[in-house]
Design a protein around this ligand. Structure first.
Ligand code: RI2
Length: 310
């Protein structure tokens, strides 16, 4: 296979959501760039760097909202090398480190976040987040008897993936349609969701439907926790950049729209939850109030206002 085709294939899998979940697409992109870098036949360092940039751009375009992709690709391609061999080696090492750190972060988030779950609690989760499931799984593993309510998460039904994972862990789970979230909220002790993006002021961008669940939780006085690796925080939001919300194809919602003349399907994949509705963001660096997001961006991601050109 032409080495570039491997990158194109991974990009297509991310775009079509065969590979999905903010963390999983980031590690898939890092692995794809690592493998590609090993096959680049360049004569000069500039040529090598241009090939890396081309492949990185291809991967980056696939899911416009996910900051995990741009953070991963930025971390993997951050090297200062004098020749091709050392550039290649540095890139490979960066990718290996990113993938391993990402795995450890999810585990650590589970340990930290699970302390917020008490014996006998009912936890509601939305969509399918490895970080959120890590929290729930760690609470279950520590011997707490918990119940989970999982939403279907239309239109892509990631909730079905979630109930499969929870079932394999032996956790008692109830599946609800998305619109039942308010009806069950009074039975819920804690909402735990993942994150696609967290902005400098602690706003959460996550799977469509998250914002209304947060609103219901707020109204019902139910705690709302976000589980997110620090690379889900968006550095560019400290420069004022707004998060692009991905609009996906109509056919994900309605397979055949041709019989309607005046109907348009709207399919935004993510929505925006204000920080006022979030009690806690659980990261591998600790559980923080959303207002501390700026510090995470500065101290963990190493971004400051001067980094405008990066
Ligand atoms: P982890 C997913 O996006 C969901 O919105 C989920 O909450 C988020 O990524 C984080 O998932 P999509 O790819 O990284 O299903 O915690 O659109 O697995």
């Amino acid at each position: 296979m032409n080495p570039r085709n491997q990158v194109l294939e991974t990009a297509e899998k991310i775009r079509s959501m065969e590979i999905r979940g903010a963390g999983r697409i980031a590690t898939a992109a890092a692995a794809s760039l690592r493998d590609y870098s090993l096959s680049i036949e360049a004569k000069t360092l500039d040529e090598f760097n241009a090939e890396v940039k081309g492949a990185s751009d291809l991967l980056l375009e696939t899911r416009p909202t996910a900051v995990s992709l741009s953070n991963a690709l930025r971390m993997v391609t951050k090297y200062d090398a004098k020749d091709i061999d050392s550039a290649r080696q540095a890139l490979v090492n960066n990718a290996i480190r990113f993938i391993e750190n990402s795995r450890v972060a999810v585990e650590r988030i589970g340990q930290i976040g699970s302390r917020r779950i008490r014996d006998g609690d009912t936890v509601l989760t939305h969509c399918n987040s490895l970080a959120a499931i890590s929290v729930i799984g760690a609470a279950h593993k520590s011997g707490k008897k918990i119940k989970v309510i999982a939403t279907e998460s239309r239109p892509r039904f990631q909730g079905i993936t979630t109930i499969g994972m929870l079932d394999r862990l032996g956790i008692e789970t109830e599946l609800i349609v998305d619109s039942a979230a308010r009806s069950v909220m009074n039975e819920v002790d804690l909402v735990v969701v993942g994150a696609d993006v967290i902005t400098a002021n602690g706003t959460l961008v996550n799977k469509i439907g998250t914002a209304q669940i947060a609103l219901f939780a707020h109204e019902a006085r139910t705690s709302f926790m976000v589980a997110a690796e620090t690379y889900k925080f968006s550095p560019k939001t400290i420069l004022g950049e707004l998060v692009t919300i991905e609009e996906r194809e109509a056919k994900e919602v309605l397979p055949d729209i041709s019989k309607y003349k005046h109907v348009k399907v709207r399919n935004p994949a993510f929505d925006v939850t204000p920080h006022q509705y979030i009690d806690l963001i659980c990261t591998e660096a600790g559980a923080i109030p959303p207002e501390m997001s700026y510090i995470i961006i500065r101290e963990r991601l190493g971004w400051d206002i001067e980094d405008e050109d990066n």
